[in-house]
Unconditional design. Structure first.
Length: 529
C-alpha cells in the first residue's frame, strides 16, 4: 500500500489540477490491476462498507495510547478527523508490512463477520505494523470517511490517459452500480463492449448557473426555455424489457419508484429518458418536502404511494430504439421525445413544456412566476446543442429565482471538520415566538474565513452551556438566512423545514430583538409553501 499512501500524500499537497492528473496517471502506470481497480472504486465513492464500529476504534486506540477516553474525544474534536486522530495518538512505529492496497482492503472486508474481540486483535495488529502515514490511510479505508481533493472527473482524465481510452467513453464505463468486489479491471476498463450492461445510464449533462444578464446570451430565438423543476434528476432506462431508474448521484433507485414499471408497456424498448422525478397530483407538482417522504424510506408503502404519487417530467431522450442520440441536435431529440410521450398511455410520464416567448423581457416576466408553478426558476438550452458529458458552459444554463430570506438569531454553534476543526463553523438559528427563540434552521456556509474567525471568537467568549461539541451561546448575533423553499414539517419545533438554507450575510446592523418572528415564517409558508 506504500504507493497508494504516497499517491494520497501527493494529491493532498497540491491544488494544481494538472499536477493531480499527472501523479495519478503515474500511479496507474505502475500499479497492478487489483490496486488500480480499488483506487478507481475509492475515488468514485465505491469504498468498501464500514466493517468495524467507530465507537470501538476510539476505545481501542485510547487504551493503546494510555489516554483516558475523554481526552481522546477532546483531541478528536480538535483534529476533526477520526482516522487522523487515531494515527496521531497511536505510538509511532516503523513500517513492517508490504501488503498491497487490494490486500489491505480485503483484510478490512474480512473483519465484518468477526466478533468485537476478534476485530480488536486484528486492528491492533495492523496499527502496530504501519507507520503514521500508512496508519492514517488504513484508518480512512476502515472508517469509510474518505475525502481527498480530487474530483471523479480528474480521476477519469488520468485513467483515460493511462488506459488510452477516450475520456467520455470512460466516463460512461464508470457509470452504474459496479463494485470492485464483483468485477475486474479488465471487465470495467478494457472490455470491448461495456454497453452490454443493460442497466448502465449515460453520464448526465449538467448546467451552470447563469452568469451576467440573460440578454447577453444573444438572440432569444436560439434558445429553448423550460421550468426548472424541484425534484430528483434521473434517467429511466428501458432495455431488453427491463426498466431501471437512476438518480444523478449514480444511485439505482428502481425499487423506490415501483409505479414506473407500467412504462414497460407504454414506452418502446431501447429507450433512455432524462428528466425530473417529482411528486405530482391534480395536474401540478407537489413540494420537495413531499418528495422527501419517498426518498427517505427503504420500503414504499401503499399509503406513501397514495400520498406522494410520482411522475417523470421528461426533458430529453438520450436513446431511442437502441440508438444513442446524444450527438443529435436538441431540436431533433425534442421531436422524438414529443412523439413518444404523445402516443404512450401512461400518466406516469409527462413532458417538460417549452415556454414560448419572443423576447428576453417576456421571459424575465415569466421567471417571476416560478414559485407559483412550484419551480425553482428556468432552464435555458441552446436549440442546436448536443447532449454533453458532465458540467459544461455555453449551451445549458440554469436561471433560478432569487432566494427567500429571513433574519435570524444564532443560538448554537458546533465545531467544523478538517481544516476548520478548531473553529465553530456550524450554526443553529432561531426566530422569535413572543419572548422565546424557536430554532428553525442550521447552516454552515456563506461566511468568509475572516467572519468565521470573528464568530468563533464570539462563541468562545459567550458560551452559555456545552453539549459535547455543541455550545449554546448568548443570543446576540443576527444573520440573514437565504433558502430556496419552505414547507410544513412536524420534525422541528418551528413547524417548518427550509430547502437549502445558508447564510446570506451577517446583519451586524441589527440587534437580536429585531430579528424575524415565527409569524413571519408562517406567512412565508402560506405564500410560498
Amino acid at each position: 500500500m506504500k504507493d497508494f499512501v504516497q499517491l494520497f500524500n501527493q494529491l493532498d499537497q497540491t491544488t494544481k489540477t494538472s499536477r493531480k492528473v499527472a501523479v495519478l496517471k503515474s500511479y496507474f502506470d505502475t500499479a497492478n490491476d487489483e490496486d488500480k481497480l480499488w483506487t478507481i472504486g475509492i475515488l468514485s465513492h465505491r469504498r468498501p462498507k464500514r466493517s468495524v464500529r467507530t465507537a470501538l476504534l476510539r476505545v481501542w486506540v485510547a487504551a493503546e495510547a494510555n489516554l483516558p477516553l475523554w481526552l481522546f474525544e477532546e483531541s478528536y474534536h480538535i483534529v476533526g478527523d477520526l482516522a487522523e486522530t487515531i494515527a496521531l495518538v497511536h505510538p509511532n512505529l516503523e513500517s513492517k508490512n508490504d501488503k498491497s492496497l487490494s490486500e489491505w482492503i480485503q483484510f478490512i472486508i474480512d473483519l465484518k463477520p468477526l466478533s468485537d474481540e476478534e476485530q480488536k486483535g486484528k486492528v491492533l495488529w495492523v496499527w502496530n505494523q504501519l507507520n503514521e502515514k500508512e496508519r492514517f490511510v488504513f484508518n480512512k479505508l476502515l472508517t469509510g470517511g474518505w475525502r481527498v481533493g480530487l474530483s471523479q472527473k480528474l480521476m477519469t482524465r488520468a485513467l483515460a490517459q493511462h488506459a488510452e481510452v477516450e475520456e467520455n467513453s470512460l466516463t460512461h464505463r464508470l457509470m452504474g452500480n459496479w463494485r470492485a468486489e464483483t468485477t475486474t479491471y479488465n471487465e470495467l476498463i478494457e472490455s470491448s463492449n461495456p454497453a452490454d450492461q443493460l442497466s448502465k445510464p449515460y453520464p448526465f449533462y449538467l448546467a451552470y448557473a447563469l452568469e451576467g444578464e440573460v440578454q447577453e446570451l444573444g438572440d432569444v430565438a436560439d434558445w429553448q426555455a423550460e421550468w426548472k423543476w424541484d425534484g430528483i434528476r434521473g434517467q429511466i432506462i428501458i432495455r431488453n424489457n427491463e426498466l431501471f431508474v437512476w438518480s444523478r448521484g449514480e444511485e439505482l433507485v428502481t425499487e423506490k419508484f415501483p409505479e414506473f414499471q407500467e412504462l414497460l408497456e407504454a414506452v418502446p424498448d431501447g429507450t433512455v429518458l432524462d428528466g425530473e422525478i417529482i411528486p405530482f397530483q391534480d395536474g401540478k407538482p407537489l413540494s420537495f418536502a413531499t418528495m422527501q417522504t419517498r426518498i427517505s424510506r427503504k420500503n414504499v408503502s401503499k399509503g406513501i404511494l397514495k400520498s406522494a404519487p410520482i411522475v417523470m417530467i421528461a426533458y430529453d431522450i438520450l436513446e431511442f430504439e437502441g440508438q444513442d442520440l446524444r450527438e443529435t441536435p436538441m431540436l431533433e431529440r425534442r421531436r422524438i421525445l414529443e412523439k413518444l410521450v404523445q402516443y404512450q398511455e401512461s400518466n406516469k410520464l409527462l413532458i417538460s413544456n417549452i415556454l414560448w416567448v419572443n423576447s428576453w423581457e417576456k421571459l424575465i416576466e415569466v421567471r417571476t412566476k416560478s414559485r407559483e408553478n412550484n419551480a425553482e426558476g428556468l432552464m435555458l438550452k441552446r436549440k442546436d446543442s448536443t447532449y454533453k458529458t458532465g458540467r459544461k458552459k455555453g449551451d445549458w444554463w440554469k436561471w433560478k429565482v432569487d432566494a427567500l430570506t429571513i433574519d435570524a438569531v444564532m443560538i448554537y454553534a458546533m465545531r467544523g471538520h478538517g481544516r476548520r476543526a478548531n473553529l465553530y463553523t456550524d450554526y443553529t438559528f432561531a426566530v422569535w415566538d413572543d419572548e422565546k427563540l424557536v430554532p428553525f434552521a442550521k447552516a454552515y456556509s456563506g461566511l468568509t474565513d475572516k467572519e468565521i474567525k470573528r464568530v468563533d471568537a464570539f462563541v468562545k467568549k459567550n458560551t452559555v452551556d456545552k453539549f459535547g461539541p455543541v455550545r449554546s451561546v448568548t443570543p446576540e448575533l443576527v444573520f440573514e438566512i437565504a433558502f430556496e423553499g419552505i414547507a410544513k414539517s412536524s420534525r422541528y419545533k418551528s413547524g417548518v423545514a427550509l430547502r437549502f438554507p445558508r447564510i446570506h450575510r451577517w446583519r451586524e446592523d441589527k440587534p437580536a430583538k429585531e430579528a424575524n418572528t415565527l409569524d413571519d415564517l408562517m406567512r412565508m409558508l402560506d405564500e410560498f409553501g
